[in-house]
Design a protein around this ligand. Structure first.
Ligand code: 5AD
Ligand code: SF4
Length: 433
């Protein structure tokens, strides 16, 4: 979602005359878009801000020009004026629900007065209704936020506090943006939301539509070739969405469905509102409808109170589900969330060794999954050049990275068939059919 927000900020700043520069040495403005989900990400914000200060000072010495420094994203939302105190060289702090104000805030920065500008309110008019910026530049695959915020309040998670309560964009604004992305050359759209399958809005027929119907509608756009969505919650996994996977060819056979823990006790403490068995039933149903679907997930390891027995239950479930790939994280205390004050925090070393065990199994499963693709022919969207000469990188329907070589014309943005000949831990490779 931060990638999406960053792209939107670029769209907003282009009409003011700014151009995107990946190297900030001579930038007039540097926007640091931040993540608050785990402590590590927050620490990064402050170390990056130190580096950005040095960069800006050097530029000032060399050219006499001031660099405007802005902090956006969820650290901005959560820490607000704390950032200005810890890093007084920052000019603007703007939250994820108010970055549409960035052009106005920039115009108010006074290099001499050193005024500080903070915009972290949750606006009455949702930002999407104010974001009328033109789409400037996108690659073959783009994100499109359709839903934001969360009302689930898992006890470990900051999202309901930083991104606010659940909000679904209207079908009309989503279709409008999808068409603009297509006009900019996009072939694949990944629909985004903290709880993307909780999306619901009034449909074209006046009835309440859910994600399955939205995907069906988007699939009617001819030039749109691949549709994906992330991230889903087990409680919102309805039959309509599962049927959409079966019936809509453009919807890719990949489901990212976080489970977080394989222990019912821990799920309860996490306030996940479902049991392990509910999750397994969903996976069984999904696989019945779409046998080749790749299943991914998220796990939090070492949540307060997690015993060896709870951990073993997580290992057991991972082995049972057989993920194509999954993310796992050590539990990270987030100030202000209920779990931060739970008494029985797990020892750091135990967390590390449990995480290692989980990641070893997940790595093995990913390799096994990739090996199954060998000798198959898959449809691949070419995203960019690889690191080697004549090498291309694309994405498979099941969300694997696919490498192959080609010498003649530029293939970026094309959709081609690749015969897979080799499988690796994180990718597969082959040749054009
Ligand atoms: N500690 C560790 N991981 C977390 N996640 C969310 N909050 C925390 C936390 N406090 C993980 C969850 C979620 C993913 C986006 O980040 O697994 O699904
Ligand atoms: Fe956070 Fe997801 Fe739980 Fe919402 S459902 S509180 S975003 S982990």
């Amino acid at each position: 979602m931060n990638f999406y927000d960053s792209e939107k900020m670029v769209d907003l700043l282009k009409p003011l005359g700014y151009e995107l520069h990946n190297d900030g040495d001579d930038a007039d403005i540097i926007v640091l878009n931040t993540c608050h989900i785990r402590e590590k990400a927050v620490e990064k914000t402050y170390s990056e801000l130190g580096r950005i200060r040095d960069q800006a000072n050097l530029r000032k010495e060399k050219t006499g020009k001031k660099t405007i420094i802005a902090v956006a994203g969820c650290v901005a939302q959560a820490e607000g004026d704390q950032i200005m105190k810890r890093s007084p060289w920052v000019d603007i702090v703007v939250g994820p629900q108010s970055y549409q104000n960035l052009p106005e805030l920039i115009s108010k920065v006074d290099p001499i007065e050193k005024n500080k500008l903070i915009s972290i309110d949750f606006p009455v008019i949702p930002k999407f209704d104010q974001l009328k910026s033109k789409i400037t530049q996108r690659g073959p695959s783009a994100f499109l936020t359709i839903q934001e915020g969360c009302d689930k309040f898992c006890s470990f998670c900051v999202v309901p506090y930083t991104r606010g309560s659940e909000y679904s964009r209207s079908i009309y604004s989503i279709i409008d943006e999808a068409k603009k992305l297509i006009d900019a050359g996009v072939k694949e759209i990944t629909l985004l939301g903290q709880n993307v399958n909780a999306w619901s809005s009034k449909g074209k027929d006046g009835k309440v539509w859910r994600l399955g119907s939205l995907i069906k509608e988007l699939a009617k756009i001819n030039e749109l070739q691949f549709i994906r969505y992330t991230t889903s919650h087990p409680l919102d996994m309805d039959l309509e969405l599962i049927e959409a996977h079966r019936d809509i060819e453009k919807l890719m056979p990949y489901l990212h469905l976080p489970l977080q823990s394989g222990s019912d006790n821990i799920l309860k403490l996490m306030n996940r509102k479902h049991k392990v068995d509910d999750y397994l039933k969903i996976i069984e149903k999904v696989r019945n409808y779409i046998p080749n679907i790749a299943i991914s997930g998220d796990f939090i390891i070492g949540f307060p109170g997690e015993t060896d027995k709870d951990h073993d239950a997580t290992i057991k479930i991972i082995k049972e589900v057989k993920f194509s790939q999954a993310y796992s994280f050590k539990y990270s205390v987030r100030p202000g969330t209920p779990a931060a004050v739970f008494f029985n925090q797990v020892d750091e070393q135990i967390k590390s060794s449990r995480l290692q065990e989980v990641q070893n199994i997940l790595r093995e499963q990913q390799f096994e999954f990739n090996k199954k693709s060998i000798n198959s022919v898959i449809k691949v969207l070419i995203l960019k050049n690889g690191k080697k000469v004549n090498q291309y990188l694309g994405r498979s329907p099941q969300n694997q990275s696919v490498y192959f070589n080609h010498e003649k014309e530029n293939l970026i943005g094309s959709i081609i068939n690749v015969k897979v000949s080799e499988a690796f831990q994180n990718s597969i490779s082959g040749s054009i059919v």
